[in-house]
Design a protein around this ligand. Structure first.
Ligand code: FAD
Length: 417
């Protein structure tokens, strides 16, 4: 019997799940409220495939989970698209972890934590591969002086994948797949679960600042029926899952800048993460530089199951002329992480921001922050509605694989009963 699955949200998680479901012979409807697939957080992040280093302060379960996601990233995506991928073209240069003067850990303590993570890699993943290449170690155990910032630093193996390039590959694979139907511009309002499957109520998208799990405009919604549903709707996911017991999430809006090569001397930039605490990243791509700086760019931070109307309004008001752009540029230039812009460069800088969703109620500027914890349930289940609790780009392919396997087990179990 052919299964039918509705997937809500066409980011890295939903698109990977759609392809994996299609490989099982299922019919998939992939819905997204945006006019273009993969235009949410998956398009606006730096695409770092975390090896666990930024989680140096996290617990062992979190570190294992993050490392496992990174080491599965290439394998799962290649299974999903059905061919080997050109990782050397997709992934940029390795990161340098530049230790800030007011870092939560001094460089020596950070080096010790990285050494422990390297021991974990050797013990649990001998012969590991990462983004298509062998991964003998996570970091170089020598502290270097970063010439641009004058700060102590550790060179690590982490890399960022160019999100737009990965997007193009995945969407092309989806287009080739006759059993996947993509409905963009459709906002899902609710998913009901009954004895015959699920009913997904959706409506034409009108504006970006409405509640997802709110009332639909009278008479405007359509209902799609499927055997089961997978929720991959990022900042709207917990609200759509409609679990009254669900714990609130930490929701932050992070602004990041994309500086095209015409606006900055990219040769004077280096891919780096400023650690450990609420700082930011600079990612050099071959056509641009991506730069984030949390102290200025953390526009909203609140707890809830979805961003509040006030938070959405605040975020909706930012554009490339927002003062955050100047604050981020000034801070990163003062540190030495960015060279000054070329004359006229400011006008070319654009904002690439998005919501960060995480568990825990304390932010990353505290050593006891739970924000990076990733060892809760990997899947929330409400009848035939499954909702992966995955809050990273790095771990999304693995989460998609697990969610599709869980859906298969659930439906097979029901068929056998
Ligand atoms: C600035 C920034 C930097 C980041 N950097 C990194 C990083 O370097 N490494 C890392 O591992 N992670 C990073 N992250 C996190 C990472 O981007 C996300 O974990 C990941 O992209 C989430 O993928 P997703 O498919 O779940 O969500 P998304 O890509 O956001 O996709 C969800 C989709 O659901 C759709 N949707 C939502 N509600 C509805 C609805 N009601 N009806 C229909 N469609 C709906 C949206 O339109 C969207 O397309 C970053 C995030 C941000 C914002």
């Amino acid at each position: 019997m052919t299964r039918s699955i509705a997937i809500v949200g066409a980011g890295v998680l939903g698109c990977t799940a759609a392809l994996l479901a299609a490989r099982r012979g299922w019919r998939v409807t992939l819905l997204d409220r945006a006019p273009r697939a993969w235009s949410g957080a998956s398009a606006s992040g730096e695409g770092k495939v975390h090896l666990g280093l930024v989680y140096a302060l996290g617990d062992a379960a979190t570190q294992r989970h993050i490392l496992g996601g990174a080491l599965s990233f290439a394998r799962v995506l290649e299974t999903a698209v059905g061919r080997p991928l050109p990782w050397s073209r997709l992934a940029g240069e390795p990161f340098r972890m530049v230790v800030m003067p007011d870092s939560l850990l001094p460089v020596e303590a950070l080096a010790e934590r990285y050494a422990a993570l390297d021991a974990l890699l050797r013990a649990e993943h001998p012969g590991a591969a990462y983004l298509g290449a062998p991964l003998p170690r996570l970091h170089e155990p020598v502290v270097v002086a970063d010439p641009a910032t004058g700060l102590p630093a550790l060179d690590v193996a982490e890399r960022a994948v160019h999100p737009a390039r990965l997007r193009a590959i995945v969407l092309e694979a989806i287009e080739r797949e006759p059993t996947i139907r993509v409905l963009t511009g459709r906002r899902v309002l609710a998913i009901d679960d009954d004895v015959d499957g699920v009913a997904v109520r959706h409506t034409a998208e009108e504006s970006d600042d409405r509640d997802d799990a709110g009332a639909s405009p009278a008479g405007a919604s359509t209902t799609l029926r499927a055997d089961a549903a997978l929720l991959c709707a990022w900042e709207s996911q917990a609200a759509l899952h409609a679990d009254p017991q669900a714990a609130p999430l930490s929701l932050r809006f992070k602004t990041a800048l994309t500086i095209p090569a015409a606006a900055i001397d990219t040769d004077r930039c280096r891919t780096m993460t400023l650690v450990v605490g609420p700082y930011g990243d600079v990612v050099r791509r071959d056509d641009s530089v991506y730069a984030s700086w949390y102290p200025a760019g953390r526009l909203v931070h609140e707890q809830g199951l979805a961003p509040s109307a006030e938070a959405r309004a605040q975020v909706g008001a930012i554009d490339a002329a927002h003062p955050t752009v100047d604050e981020q540029l000034a801070a990163l230039t003062a540190i030495g992480a960015l060279p000054p812009l070329r004359p006229g460069g400011r006008e070319r800088v654009s904002i690439a921001g998005g919501w960060i969703v995480a568990e825990g109620d304390r932010d990353i500027d505290r050593a006891d922050s739970g924000l990076h914890d990733r060892h809760g349930d990997v899947l929330a289940v409400r009848g035939r509605v499954l909702s992966p609790r995955n809050w990273k780009f790095s771990t999304a392919p693995l989460a998609a694989e697990r969610a599709v396997a869980a859906l298969g087990a659930l439906l097979d179990g029901e068929a056998a009963a």
